[in-house]
Write a protein that binds this ligand. Structure first.
Ligand SMILES: Cc1cc2nc3c(=O)[nH]c(=O)nc-3n(C[C@H](O)[C@H](O)[C@H](O)COP(=O)(O)OP(=O)(O)OC[C@H]3O[C@@H](n4cnc5c(N)ncnc54)[C@H](O)[C@@H]3O)c2cc1C
Length: 421
């Protein structure tokens, strides 16, 4: 039983942190809940920052997880614009804010998320070099894309991952010229592999995006603080007024590392190592969302999932575990993306090297299909493109680990549920 005198502290006010606070109250926890975040904005969701909000189609107010008044109404002690800079595991305290306030915790949740990786090349200090993680970044980028669109300006995007591609789509909708520089041979290579990555390259080319694959940025050339061009390691110079570094995110582990918590191997994407109950190597400290690396029995590996659904479900799962409930966090990883008129959802985990077959159900030419990645006849992952309401059967197929007949899998007339014996 959890005592009403207990204090639960949550570090990080992203989706995972905010949902954990909500769950503690929903599950009847009546002790103190302290939520500390270094951002000044109330907890918000990040997906619109590279889609609807960036495009000016969604209002700023629509991105917040809860109304500002919700926190006080639910007796959540919210400390915004304050960084937690130390955890003392012996005293069970955290220290935060400029005045070094110290609070004692009974249970602590680390939901510190991730931060954009930086380009380590000359010229990154120029004013026209951008990252996209925070609301303020999106606000700034929105203005940049609008003015590039008006003036036929040019943006170079380093990285053809999800954020790079979504911003490329937004930039084209504003009318900006776009060059995407990517060291791999196709976009989204590390997630989708070359087969489906090529489809995204085609989609963007149709909308006027230029790609430079197999090369890296080596320098951002500028004068008087202004970006003029971007150079790649093949010696080419690409015109640019602005550059977006979209080369991935790194988990924010410094606090956990300094506290001596066990870290996940970098080969698994790093992060704070947790068990299937989202508990770290310290039994009173939990981690969830982008920062946590949890063991996934289905894929027989430790996973760190940098996606919305993992924060949405992981925060509540950690909160329940903190309350002493029996929780096993074993969700099938899921994410979504929207680019131009293509909407997709992906369930599972099948990076290149893990699968030996790709099966398409539907019409890839028309971009209305489901792609499946298989190993030895078992479905590891599925991606539905402009086909909806199939996430559950796809995830059931993955969970079942059933041997499937690839002809039946490719046939849209065979219900997916019928493939599970
Ligand atoms: C532009 C963009 C678009 C995205 N689009 C999609 C999408 O379409 N689909 C999808 O599935 N996923 C998407 N994602 C990923 C998704 O948003 C993340 O997985 C999710 O935000 C992770 O939530 P989190 O709570 O774990 O971490 P975060 O959202 O990163 O929140 C962590 C918070 O903790 C704060 N913090 C860190 N350290 C400290 C500290 N020491 N003290 C105080 N505060 C601290 C951080 O500043 C941050 O506010 C997108 C991400 C971005 C950036």
């Amino acid at each position: 039983m959890v005592d009403a005198d207990q204090t639960f502290v949550i570090v990080g006010g992203g989706l995972a942190g905010a949902k954990a606070a909500e769950t503690l109250r929903a599950e009847g926890f009546s002790g103190r809940v302290i939520l500390i975040c270094d951002e000044r904005d109330h907890p918000y969701e990040r997906p619109p920052l590279s889609k609807g909000y960036l495009l000016g189609k969604e209002e700023r107010d629509s991105v917040f997880v809860h109304e500002p008044a919700w926190y006080a109404q639910n007796d959540i002690e919210l400390h915004l614009g304050q960084t937690v800079d130390a955890i003392d595991r012996t005293a069970k305290t955290v220290r935060f804010g400029e005045d070094g306030t110290v609070v004692r915790y009974d249970k602590l949740l680390l939901a510190t998320g991730a931060e954009p990786r930086r380009l380590d090349i000359p010229g990154t200090d120029l004013a026209g070099v951008h990252h996209l993680r925070r609301l303020a970044h999106a606000e700034r980028l929105k203005g940049v894309l609008a003015s590039l669109g008006r003036d036929n300006g040019h943006i170079v995007i380093a990285g053809a991952g999800w954020i790079g591609l979504e911003v490329a789509a937004a930039a084209r909708e504003y009318g900006a010229e776009v060059t995407v520089v990517e060291p791999e041979p196709t976009p989204l290579h590390g997630v989708l592999g070359p087969e489906l990555g090529a489809l995204f390259a085609e989609l963007h080319r149709e909308h006027g995006v230029r790609f430079r694959f197999g090369v890296r940025l080596t320098e951002i050339v500028g004068q008087d603080g202004v970006v003029l061009a971007a150079r790649t390691d093949d010696g080419e110079e690409h015109p640019a007024h602005d550059v977006l570094a979209a080369i991935g995110a790194a988990p924010r582990v410094a606090l956990a590392e300094a506290a001596g918590l066990e870290m996940a191997d970098r080969a698994y994407g790093g992060g704070v190592a947790v068990d299937e109950h989202l508990r770290t190597s310290d039994p009173d400290i939990y981690a969830a969302g982008d920062v946590a690396a949890f063991p996934h029995a289905l894929f027989d590996t430790r996973l760190r999932v940098e996606h919305w659904a993992n924060a949405l479900n992981g925060g509540p799962a950690a909160a329940k575990a903190m309350l002493g409930q029996q929780v096993t966090y074993d969700r099938v990883p899921y994410f979504f993306s929207d680019q131009y008129d293509l909407g997709m959802e992906y369930s599972g985990w099948a990076p290149p090297g893990s699968y030996d077959q790709v099966v398409i159900r539907g019409d890839a030419g028309k971009r209305e299909f489901i792609a499946f990645w298989l190993r030895e006849g078992r479905v590891l992952a599925g991606m539905n493109v402009n086909v909806w309401d199939v996430t559950e059967p796809i995830q059931n197929l993955i969970r079942s680990q059933a041997q499937v007949d690839s002809e039946a899998l490719a046939d849209p007339h065979v219900p997916l549920a019928d493939l599970i014996p």
